[in-house]
Design a protein around this ligand. Sequence first.
Ligand SMILES: [Fe+2]
Length: 257
Amino acid sequence: MIDLHSHILPAVDDGAPDFETAVAMCHLVADDGCRAIVATPHLRHERWWNGDRVLLQQRFEELQSRVGTRLKIYMGGEIAMHTQSFDEILEQPEGVISLAGSKYLLLELDWQGLGPSPESILFELNIVGWRVIFAHPERVSWLMKDQELIRRLVANGAKTQITAMSLTGELGKMAQDASYWLLENGLTHFVASDCHDTSRRLPGLAKAYQEVSKVWGDEMAQELFVDNPQAVLENRPLAEECISGMAGMSSGSLLGV
Ligand SMILES: [Fe+2]
């Protein structure tokens, strides 16, 4: 499995506070069956702006060297979307931290629904070649209230990432119900941990993988936890054209590109 969303970089946001915790998180990830993870610190968040790219790179390199070869770590970021960050992506694309250097961006919508609309974000960023992944829509209540908007976004190329602990019910029934609805309707493409620590927002995807496998089958689990994230690491399109809108499907054509 490959985890596309994690706060493992030490002392840069509300994730791992130090290298000791960060290394412990990485070992939990590997023990749980992941072979690769993308470090996605909050970027352009009002509390964690993280404008010092050199510092982030140093933390990333140091963490990989301390963890060793059992887990491959890639650099990425979770970009808080507001007017300023939106303009920055459009005007200074060379400074954007994407997922593993790909054209995929992991974007966090405003929790209150402020800032640029998800449709304008998708439209403008697609035009200039970015691929948009909206982080944990199941936890964004204003978005979940507009099911047609979510359907339109995905139909127009948006990708979505569900958080593993939402799916398994550990972040509450609302988040779990929303996760199930997204999966039932073919509106999600990745499950990631969004891990922050070793006690509360945990690393690891195995439990969620088993849940998806049990409810929707092994092929769906393979797609959400392995094949789709692998496509991101390789900077190529997903095989998602085959799944959009196909609730509870199973298709051998989804595997491999
Ligand atoms: Fe996150």
